[in-house]
Write a protein of this length. Structure first.
Length: 186
C-alpha cells in the first residue's frame, strides 16, 4: 500500500510504500531527507492513488517459444535417460568366451568310441536331431551389443535435438530485438 508523505521543507508529497516504514527517503523536489514514519503512523497519512495493475500479456510468439523450450528440455531428459538405460543394459551383457575348437575335440571323442557306440550315437542324432538351435555366445553378444548401441545413439540424437531446440529458443530474443533488449527510437 502506498501513502503520500509531505516533505517538511517544501511541502511536496512523496509516494512511499508501507515497506519503507521506519526508513528514510529523499524528496524529489528539494532533495531533503525525509524520515518515513512507523507503519502505525504511516496509516494515518493520505493514501496514494493506486494504479491499476497492468497485466502483462504474452504474445503468441512468446508462448510458442516457451513451448518449444519446454519440449526441448523434455527431449533432453528423455534422450539421456533412454541412452543411459541402453548403455547400462549393454554393459551388463555377458562377455562371450572364445569358441573352443570343436572339431579337434569331436574327432578325439569319436576316435575313442568303439564302432558299436559310434553307430548308436549317429542313430540317435538321426532320430532325435541335434536339439534346438542356439547361436554361439559371441554372435549373441555382437547382435545384442549392436542393438543397444543403436538405442544409445538414438537417445543421444534425441537429446541433441532437444539441446538444439532449447539453445535456439534461448538465443531468439538476442537476435530479434525482443524480450529484454532496449528498443531504439530515432
Amino acid at each position: 500500500m502506498s501513502y503520500l508523505l509531505p516533505c517538511p521543507q517544501c511541502g511536496a508529497k512523496q509516494s512511499v510504500d508501507s515497506m519503507q516504514a521506519g526508513e528514510s527517503t529523499t524528496c524529489s523536489q528539494c532533495g531533503a531527507t525525509i524520515e518515513v514514519p512507523s507503519f502505525r503512523d504511516l496509516r494515518r497519512l493520505e493514501r496514494a492513488e493506486s494504479k491499476p495493475a497492468q497485466r502483462t500479456t504474452v504474445g503468441g510468439g512468446e508462448i510458442a517459444r516457451r513451448l518449444v523450450f519446454a519440449v526441448g528440455l523434455i527431449l533432453i531428459a528423455g534422450g539421456l535417460m533412454w541412452g543411459s538405460h541402453a548403455g547400462l543394459v549393454r554393459s551388463q551383457l555377458p562377455e562371450a568366451e572364445p569358441l573352443p575348437d570343436h572339431t579337434v575335440q569331436a574327432e578325439a571323442m569319436i576316435d575313442e568310441f568303439p564302432p558299436r557306440e559310434t553307430y548308436d550315437l549317429w542313430t540317435d542324432f538321426r532320430d532325435q536331431g541335434l536339439g534346438p538351435y542356439r547361436p554361439p555366445d559371441t554372435y549373441l553378444r555382437q547382435v545384442w551389443g549392436d542393438y543397444y548401441m543403436q538405442r544409445i545413439l538414438l537417445g543421444l540424437g534425441v537429446a541433441g535435438i532437444g539441446l538444439l531446440m532449447t539453445v535456439t529458443t534461448s538465443l531468439i530474443p538476442l537476435f530479434s530485438g525482443q524480450a529484454g533488449s532496449p528498443s531504439k527510437k530515432g
